[in-house]
Design a protein around this ligand. Structure first.
Ligand SMILES: [Fe+2]
Length: 258
């Protein structure tokens, strides 16, 4: 029987462990985190949280193996002055990368960040290509220019996560928590996304970029977005979301696809 599904070779991926095992790992790990300190940091640093090792090592290892297996299938895109890198969209991740998908869907993780932010958080529509994504930087000069995350929701209603899986690079994720108004206090960080690093910020107002990759380096991150409960893309936001998915990340096939 063919092990290939939608062009992705399932045989190179990790065996599926029961989702509850991964969730149990996360529950146990989150119980050991000083949640009050993380919430304090979130308030003091203008909505930016950088945790060098939020996640259990076993889960990080499993996600890194999934990233290596999916990377050859990533869609490479070069948009002059904007971005050069490859990406795998949500649907193959949901089908073929059980550890990444378990983290994205984790009830304990979304509850943790809902408590930390004081905002009732929800997942994006699973039909969206960008509901979660694996980003692959593996050619010299791969980068992403300064941008806000286009979540298809009004600013202030989306929260981005970036999880380091593989990173031996000199490339950095740089974040400024806000740029407007110019007089507003802001926090800035330059982050080496080593395996297990967990970055959380308000993506629709947090300005961020990925600096260019050096020769022979590799950087892979898994990312997903939480949105404020009850919000969903609509009107101009939905159109911009689809356009961004198609032109910058996953190709024109995603312009009209749900
Ligand atoms: Fe982004």
């Amino acid at each position: 029987m063919c092990a290939c599904v939608l062009g992705y070779d399932r045989s190179v991926l990790t065996d599926e462990a029961p989702t509850r095992d991964r969730e149990a790992l996360l529950v146990e790990f989150l119980a050991g985190i000083d949640e009050d300190a993380v919430a304090r940091r979130y308030r003091e640093d203008d909505g930016l949280i950088v945790l060098p090792s939020l996640l259990p090592a076993a889960l990080v290892d499993e996600m890194a193996a999934e990233a290596r297996a999916l990377a050859p299938t990533a869609y490479r895109k070069r948009v002059p002055f904007v971005r050069k890198a490859a990406a795998v969209h949500h649907h193959p991740i949901a089908a073929l990368a059980p550890a990444m998908h378990a983290l994205h869907q984790s009830p304990s993780l979304i509850a943790f960040f809902s408590r930390v932010t004081g905002v009732s958080l929800a997942h994006r529509d699973p039909g969206e290509a960008h509901a979660s994504a694996l980003y692959v930087y593996d050619e010299e000069g791969d980068w992403m220019d300064w941008h806000f995350d286009e979540c298809g929701c009004p600013p202030g209603d989306s929260f981005s996560t970036v999880i380091g899986l593989i990173d031996d690079s000199s490339s950095r994720l740089e974040v400024e928590t806000r740029r407007e108004p110019a007089s507003a206090p802001t926090r800035a960080a330059s982050i080496h996304t080593t395996p297990g690093t967990f970055v959380f910020f308000c993506g629709a107002r947090g300005y961020h970029r990925v600096t260019p990759l050096g020769a022979g380096e590799v950087r892979m991150t898994f990312a997903f977005t939480y949105i404020r409960e009850g919000r969903s893309p609509g009107g101009i936001y939905d159109a911009r979301l689809r356009l961004g998915n198609a032109l910058i990340y996953f190709g024109l096939g995603h312009l009209f696809r749900r």
